[in-house]
Structures are given as structure tokens and as C-alpha cells.
Design a protein around this ligand. Structure first.
Ligand code: ADP
Length: 304
């Protein structure tokens, strides 16, 4: 179960970045629209691993919202509990040139989920609630989601969303972690640095100290670091070898999906599967893995 906003990504690939005011014709490249949002990406990843999922959050009552929902349904993600409200669905424009990405997101006028709209039934039967720190933009939403998830007996995983979110809400994030309500926390290198004001290792230490189970910091092509609560050692996991990265959109989101899949199955290969899933998604444009990336991932997982 996840709580966050839906988003449509319009992705355009070009050979070179245009200068301001340049009208690049003829256009050589690809254009496509994808259903995204970091919550949606992780949930779609979990569904791809065969996990039953339910997305919580809100989308706009517009054509992009309908596109988003049908795309999620096709990926076997549960969207029945999403709120649908008047207003636009969030949209991002992404220009991808030679592996470099430029992105701007428009959320103007997008409807949002209010804390009191989340109900105990939303979390009924959930083993895990995977929550994004983006929720902190709506006062009280993350706190309510955690309270309801815990009330339903679900474990709580928290991902720190972005370093801007960590910067804006560091006090709230710290008090949530310190309250002992989070089982597992995920973040990337920048977020870890922002959280503890030092090195990524310090961020990892801080999170592991307060989480019930463990904390993870992903390090892009350097892999990840995992620390279990109460342990002295940090487990360093290298990224997958033989990966030719095309576009790193969704790497952290798919890492989280792989890691949680491992955790849900009681496997001790969580970090390894996380790195494999992160390594798989960077081989394609956008955050949705196709058949080729899934088959690469399955081969890696089964040692073929
Ligand atoms: P985020 O997208 O949140 O910034 P990272 O960039 O840290 O997350 O990437 C998440 C995971 O994806 C990494 O731990 C790594 O396993 C994998 N990954 C990311 N970039 C690469 C790459 N260039 N080559 C191989 N694996 C990668």
C-alpha cells in the first residue's frame, strides 16, 4: 500500500540539448508518455514481482488521470482506492539527451488527498505500507498513514523522496524516525547527506539507529549500503555488473521494489535483488520496465 500523487511523464529524446529559443527541426528521437510518480513506479515494480498491491492517493479527473489509471491497471496495480477529484493530473516534461535528463513537473491546481480521507479500511489486510516523504507536503497526511498502517498491523517502509523534501521537512522526518514508527527507511546519497548533515554513512547510521529493522542508502552506480538496527557493521552491496545505463529515471524506485520483494519473501538477498531491479530499469528510457528488462532481471535473479 502506498500513498502519493500520480503523475504523467512526457519524455522526448534528442541527440543534443537545444539552446534557448532553438527550434530543432527535423526532430530525431522518440516521444512517449508514461504513467509515473515514484510511488507508482515502485508499486508497478512490486506488481511485476507478483506482489498484490494497492495504491492510495489521488489523481485528477482528466484524460491524463484516466490514462494513468488504465496504465496502472494493465500493470496489475490496484488503483480502486485512489481518490479521483476535479482538477488536472500532475505532468512532467522530460528531455533526455545522451543520457542526461532535464525535467520540470507541473502540479499547478492538482488535487490532493487530505489526511481525513484516509480510512482504516484502506490498510486492511496490508502486510506493508510503503510511504513517501512527499506526503509531508500535505500537513498530517504521512502521520495519519503511519497511524492507520500500524493500527492494521502493517510494517512501515519510508522513502525520503528527494533531497529538497528532506531539506524542507528534516525536523518532521527526524521526529517520525525517532518515534520508532518506521521499520525500514530508504534514501539515496544526496538525501542521506541532507538528513544527517555529513556523509552518506552518517545518514545511514542515523536512520538505522531509529528504524525498527534496517536502513538503506542507495549510491547509484556504486550500489548501496545497508545497516540493520543494532548491528555494528554496514553491508556494502555493489551495483550489478554489465549494466549499460541509458536513463536512470526510476532507479531508486525499482531498487525499493526489489528490496521489498526480497523482504516480503524473507530472503537474505534483499540488497542484491534491489540492485538488480535498479540495474534493470536504467537500461530503458523511463521508469517502466519492458519485457526485455524483466527477463534480464529474472535471469540475473536465477543465476542464468
Ligand atoms: P535514485 O534514483 O533514488 O537516485 P540511485 O541512483 O542511488 O537511486 O540508484 C538506485 C540503485 O539503482 C542503485 O543502488 C544501483 O543498484 C542501481 N543503479 C543506479 N544507477 C546505476 C548504473 N548506472 N549502473 C548500475 N546500477 C545502477
Amino acid at each position: 500500500h502506498r500513498v502519493e500523487l500520480s503523475e504523467i511523464q512526457h519524455i522526448l529524446t534528442t541527440a543534443s540539448a537545444p539552446a534557448a529559443g532553438e527550434l530543432a527541426v527535423p526532430l530525431v528521437g522518440e516521444y512517449f508518455s508514461k504513467a509515473g510518480g515514484s510511488a507508482a513506479n515502485t508499486t508497478r515494480g512490486l506488481a511485476g514481482f507478483g506482489i498484490r498491491t494497492q495504491l492510495l492517493g489521488c489523481r485528477g479527473f482528466d484524460e491524463w488521470g484516466a490514462f494513468w489509471a488504465s496504465s496502472m491497471k494493465r500493470a496489475h496495480v490496484g488503483v480502486e482506492r485512489m481518490a479521483v477529484k476535479q482538477g488536472p493530473t500532475a505532468r512532467s516534461c522530460i528531455l533526455s539527451c545522451g543520457g542526461q535528463r532535464t525535467m520540470r513537473t507541473c502540479m499547478a491546481g492538482c488535487p490532493r488527498l487530505e489526511p481525513q480521507e484516509l480510512q482504516a479500511e484502506d490498510f486492511e489486510g496490508a502486510a506493508w505500507a510503503f510511504l513517501s516523504a512527499y506526503c509531508l507536503y500535505v500537513p498530517g497526511l504521512l502521520e495519519r498513514a503511519i497511524e492507520l498502517a500500524r493500527g492494521a498491523g502493517a510494517c512501515v517502509a519510508l522513502e525520503l523522496a528527494s533531497f529538497e523534501v528532506v531539506r524542507a521537512f528534516s525536523e518532521s522526518i527526524k521526529s517520525l524516525l525517532e518515534s520508532g514508527a518506521v521499520d525500514v527507511a530508504f534514501c539515496n546519497e544526496d538525501e542521506a547527506v541532507e538528513l544527517a548533515g555529513g556523509s552518506p554513512e552518517q545518514g545511514l547510521d542515523y536512520m538505522a539507529q531509529h528504524c525498527r529493522r534496517l536502513a538503506v542508502v542507495t549510491l547509484g552506480e556504486k550500489g548501496c549500503m545497508i545497516k540493520e538496527t543494532g548491528a555494528d557493521d554496514v553491508v556494502a552491496m555493489p551495483a550489478c555488473a554489465g549494466v549499460k545505463a541509458v536513463d536512470t529515471t526510476g532507479a531508486g524506485d525499482l531498487f525499493a521494489a526489489g528490496f521489498l520483494f526480497g523482504l516480503l519473501n524473507g530472503m537474505d538477498r534483499c540488497g542484491e535483488i534491489g540492485c538488480m531491479a535498479g540495474g534493470a530499469v536504467v537500461q530503458t528510457l523511463g521508469a517502466e520496465m519492458g519485457r526485455e528488462q524483466w527477463s534480464w532481471l529474472h535471469q540475473r535473479m536465477h543465476g542464468e
